[in-house]
Design a protein around this ligand. Structure first.
Ligand code: ATP
Ligand code: MG
Length: 570
């Protein structure tokens, strides 16, 4: 649980940080754009500026104050004029004023300009400008109503009777230069003549007139008393740029809000899409850690990762490689768990079998020893020798068993170094067979040896290879009745492999014995004499053959005989 929480928290923190960086970036971009836009607005209408705009455009030099050149140029380009007053109304500086100014403004000079309007066609804006260590200065910015100027030049030529604007070429040019328009209206609001770009309606309602007011920066009109016709002229508002409208404060707030909401939704989606499968896989790994070698399942014990058809669900496809690896890991761990269990069982089997096989001869040894020790009987020399011989035989069997057991473990742990030599295999096998033939206890068996037609020199460890062949011939001798024919032959397969075949026509084996033949400590059911074998012979034989990079194959039929084939590289 702890892990899941940490994971989720990490995920959210990272995504939120990313979004934050994104938002801050957006804000910076917006600030830059906002700045350039207000700069643009000021360029077309100085009245839009803040008081702070002027502080570094007005120079204070001891007692002289004057406007900087760029401010004067800007005012001039807008047909405006500037008047700078101190807080007592004394004029400190002026620029481009259309009239002769007094040195000192009275209150009425001031109010007339601001509210009373000295002349109808003038408009003033006023700022208080703060400077360090002094009373604020007052700055007046005055402009002519440009529509009024245009109207003035157009009115003299209007033909009121013909209801025609009758504009001169000069007036038209002037109108075009200012992007202005002019219209002649009847008292009912019908458009009689028009010039320039203005609303398309041919008959104005009161409401439409109101719209004209808001659409135009400057408007001027004049009504001819004789005819009742009205001429209207206007200069449209400078259209603010698209950015300007988008980035009004309210819009910005809305924009930030939607961005945040979108980012929050995005974060959840992101966490779900990438996080949820990871959580499932983490659960899986935890399962593995707890020894539960299975992928996590839903309540119905169905797979979370694959659909009913066994295909990986879309959500998990991104992690296909990871899932494959986890599946493999799970399978491997399962196999190991199974192997571990069988290994434990086999080991228990071995130990119980081994202790049984050691106990049987030991109990007979101790039995004979007790008999010899007993003072109740006097044993004859012949009897004593007989007992000693049995004890000797039993202890020899135990020694042999222990020796073979250590050998199998050494073989298994690859702790048995081979000392290979070049040997003529025909000669080598022939000697082993002769050894068996010469054994007086084997007189009732018939041995045949068939050598390979050519001499074959092979690279083997003579001691251990002899053990292999000895074991196999010994089995054929031991598990078959007298009269059995045992045939040993040597041959080659394509120059690089040699084969030693040991065949007998004896009792053969049941299928079930064949299957377990090479298991350690396994003895066939056809062996009733417990003292004559350890059940390790073939296990050791197989391991020794494998150490020579060879293989062993057994074919057998009950009552028909057995054939053992040993194939080893030359
Ligand atoms: P050890 O060889 O250690 O003395 P062992 O002979 O019983 O003991 P293996 O050589 O591994 O053990 O043989 C396993 C079993 O296979 C034997 O107990 C016997 O039942 C069966 N067996 C092996 N060879 C033959 C054979 N040629 N004919 C019939 N049965 C055989
Ligand atoms: Mg054997």
């Amino acid at each position: 649980m702890n892990l899941y929480k940490r994971f989720m928290v990490q995920f959210f923190i990272q995504l939120f940080l990313l979004s934050l960086i994104f938002l801050v970036g957006m804000l910076i971009v917006w600030a830059v754009i906002g700045f350039t836009i207000s700069e643009d607005e000021i360029q077309t209408d100085l009245a839009e500026a803040d008081a702070s705009y002027f502080t570094n455009r007005i120079i204070l030099d001891d007692n002289n104050h004057f406007f900087k050149k760029n401010l004067e140029e800007l005012a001039e380009s807008q047909n405006g004029w500037l008047i700078l007053l101190d807080s007592d109304g004394a004029i400190l500086d002026s620029f481009n004023a259309p009239e002769v100014l007094p040195t000192q403004f009275t209150v009425s000079d001031f109010t007339d300009r601001l509210w009373g309007s000295l002349e109808d066609n003038q408009q003033f804006t006023y700022w208080e400008i703060e400077f360090l260590d002094m009373a604020p200065l007052l700055l007046l910015y005055g402009r002519n109503n440009m529509a009024e100027d245009l109207l003035e030049s157009a009115v003299p030529v209007i033909d009121w009777q013909q209801e025609n604007l009758n504009l001169t070429l000069g007036t038209k040019e002037e109108l075009e230069k200012e992007k202005a328009w002019i219209q002649l209206l009847s008292p009912e609001g019908k458009v009689l003549d028009t010039y320039g770009e203005v609303s398309e309606s041919s008959l104005y309602t009161m409401q439409q007139l109101g719209e004209l007011q808001s659409e135009n920066q400057w408007l001027a009109s004049l009504t001819n008393t004789e005819t009742g016709l009205t001429v209207v002229t206007g200069l449209k508002n400078v259209p603010s740029t698209a950015w300007g409208t988008t980035f009004s404060n309210q819009n910005l707030f809305l924009f930030a809000l939607t961005t945040l909401i979108l980012l929050a939704i995005g974060t959840f989606w992101y966490a779900r899409k990438f996080g949820a499968p990871l959580l499932v896989m983490m659960q899986w790994i935890q399962n593995l850690g707890n020894g539960q070698y299975e992928e996590p399942t839903n309540e119905n014990k169905g797979s979370l990762i694959t659909n009913k058809k066994g295909k990986i669900k879309k959500k998990y496809r991104l992690y296909k490689d990871l899932i494959d690896t986890l599946e493999q890991l799970t399978a491997t761990l399962k196999i190991h768990q199974h192997q571990q269990k069988t290994l434990e069982r086999t080991r228990e089997d071995w130990i119980s079998g081994l202790s049984h096989d050691l106990k049987t001869p030991l109990s007979s040894i101790s039995g004979y020893a007790q008999m010899l020790e007993s003072s109740d009987y006097e044993w004859s020399a012949k009897e004593t020798r007989e007992f000693a011989s049995i004890m000797n035989e039993k202890s020899f069997y135990m020694m042999e068993l222990l020796e073979e057991l250590t050998l199998t473990f050494r073989l298994k742990n690859q702790a048995l170094p081979l000392a290979k030599e070049q040997i003529d295999i025909n000669e080598f096998i022939r000697r082993i067979v002769i050894h068996f033939i010469n054994d007086p206890s084997n007189t009732e068996l018939k041995f045949t040896f068939v050598a390979a037609p050519q001499s074959i020199r092979v690279n083997i460890d003579p001691m251990w290879f002899q053990r292999i062949i000895d074991n196999l011939i010994a089995n054929a001798v031991k598990y078959n009745p007298s009269g059995t024919e045992i045939k040993i032959s040597v041959s080659t397969i394509e120059q690089h492999l040699f084969v030693v075949l040991i065949e007998d026509d004896g009792k053969g084996m049941e299928m079930e014995i064949m299957e377990k033949l090479f298991d350690r400590y396994y003895r066939g059911t056809n062996t009733h004499d417990t003292s004559t074998g350890t059940g390790l012979g073939l296990a050791i034989t197989k391991q020794l053959i494998q150490l020579h990079d060879g293989s062993i194959h057994v074919e057998s039929m009950p009552e028909k005989g057995t054939a053992v084939r040993v194939i080893v590289p030359v």
